[in-house]
Design a protein around this ligand. Structure first.
Ligand code: UGA
Length: 437
């Protein structure tokens, strides 16, 4: 099938490459010429495991090309909207500028029978509004909403083998045609018995935001338990193991630590709250404000714990920060707890030196005032405290005896509860976890 993917960021670049790998004929379109130049050169503009391989292979197959010209969408049967919906400056609501601009730009290139497919995370009600815009354009095209659930770091696997597919489609014949087209797009996943939910626009939009709200709530729940554990002497990691054995609860997303970040969970819960308030149902998701507050408190907790742990005044201390990206296997520093902790400690006068396997360039672009170091060894050298804030495998496996010989004072704040506290203490470290002794 011929398809266009509009927006070639973390979502669109992976989606375009994966669709071409699955045999479709794809054009990826983005307004950023540097991004398109890199992708055309088989170089992903961001770090995502497995993407270089499928991008190279799809480009070699001749089924994938990239363009900055929206007119190149003409001739495709299906047009995916995969642009960002960041938090609006000065507000909690989602900024819909890019989605609206993408649809407007696409309209002149639509043909009868075309299907526009929204993948971006949007406030409920957006699809109905955009469907009206498309209908009013008289192009004979229709709209479906097909939310994306991929995780950064696992984006390729999540796109090729999703754990479910959701189609929000209009009623009647247009909906049947939209479903048939999407079934063709996802033929490989459907043949592998991927669960499919075909529903209306509003449900499809809400599935996405409620899934992210649930995940954020789960993380903040365990972080709230970490706060209680800290004042009662309990161990939140054992607590998570114990409650996680209950299949109704499950152990996943119960890792207490510095909290969630990234380009999705934080802004999605805020946008959901803003949208619910617009709809007159703010009280229904008022708890998400608490989820956000708990999450932000954990960043502050890591900063406070570090300052309290230091054996000398913070402004005369060197603090080594292990991690900048919002989670391992990603170079994404959007709303990253790790970067936030580094910036706050720097603001308190600490001599911050931060390292990350992939996140340094993005962190430096946002916060050039920090000192960045590629080598873990140099980051640790002479430190008065070490703060682990992103649990990359290369940090989890640091030998505490080796590290103790590099630092000035062996103090470690494990902001992800990722280290073996017993082994670190045995190597002479003063170890602090979050919600565990
Ligand atoms: C999230 C969702 O998991 C995806 O399903 C969704 O498609 C995506 O948002 C999106 O809306 O596009 P992602 O932002 O890639 O995916 O990251 P997650 O794996 O969800 O992690 C989010 C944050 O939570 C990270 O900072 C991570 O360190 C933190 N986290 C995760 C915890 O603090 N504890 C946990 O137990 C799990």
């Amino acid at each position: 099938m011929k398809m266009s993917v509009i927006g070639c960021g973390y979502l669109g670049a992976v989606h375009a490459s994966a669709m071409a790998e699955l045999g479709h004929d794809v054009v990826g379109i983005d307004v950023d010429p540097s991004k398109i130049a890199l992708l055309t050169n088989c170089t992903p503009p961001f770090f995502e495991p497995g993407l270089p391989e499928i991008l190279t292979s799809a480009m070699a197959s001749g089924r994938l090309r990239f363009s900055t010209d929206i007119a190149d969408a003409a001739g495709s049967d299906v047009h995916f909207i995969a642009v960002g919906t960041p938090q609006k400056p000065g507000s909690h609501a989602a900024d819909m500028r890019f989605v609206d601009a993408a649809v407007d730009a696409l309209l002149p290139h639509l043909a009868p029978g075309n299907l526009v497919v929204g993948k971006s995370t949007v406030p409920v009600g957006t699809a109905a509004r955009l469907a009206d815009v498309i209908t009013a354009s008289g192009t004979g095209a229709h709209l479906a909403w097909n939310p994306e659930f991929l995780r950064e770091g696992f984006a390729v696997a999540d796109t090729v083998s999703p754990d479910r597919l959701v189609y929000g489609v209009p009623t009647g014949e247009a909906g049947e045609r939209a479903t048939a087209l999407l079934n063709e797009v996802y033929a490989v996943a459907l043949a592998a018995s991927t669960p499919l939910v075909v529903t209306d626009y509003a449900t499809a939009e809400l599935v996405k935001v409620s899934a992210n709200a649930f995940l954020a709530t789960k993380i903040s729940f365990i972080n709230a338990m970490a706060e209680i554990a800290e004042v009662s002497g309990a161990d939140v990691t054992q607590l998570a193991d114990a409650i996680g054995f209950d299949a109704r609860i499950g152990r996943k997303f119960l890792n207490a630590g510095v909290g969630f970040g990234g380009g999705c969970l934080p802004k999605d819960i805020r946008a959901f709250t803003a949208r619910a308030e617009e709809l007159g149902r703010g009280e229904s998701v008022a708890f998400l404000k608490e989820v956000d507050a708990i999450n932000l408190r954990r960043r502050q907790r890591v900063v406070d714990l570090t300052v309290e742990a230091l054996a000398r005044p913070v402004h005369t201390s060197k603090v080594a920060i292990l991690g900048l990206s919002f989670k391992p296997n990603s170079d994404d520093v959007r709303d990253s707890p790790a970067l936030d902790v580094a910036v706050q400690l720097h603001g308190l006068g600490a001599g911050v030196v931060a390292t990350d396997p992939e996140g340094i360039a993005n962190a430096r672009a946002r916060h050039p005032q920090l000192n960045y170091e590629v080598s873990v060894e140099e980051t640790l050298r002479g430190a008065d405290a070490v703060v682990l804030v992103t649990e990359w495998p290369e940090f989890r496996t640091i030998d505490p005896i080796w590290a103790a010989n590099l630092v000035r004072t062996p103090i470690i704040v494990d902001g992800r509860n990722a280290l073996d506290a017993v082994a670190w203490r045995a190597a002479g470290w003063t170890y602090y976890g979050l919600g565990r002794p």
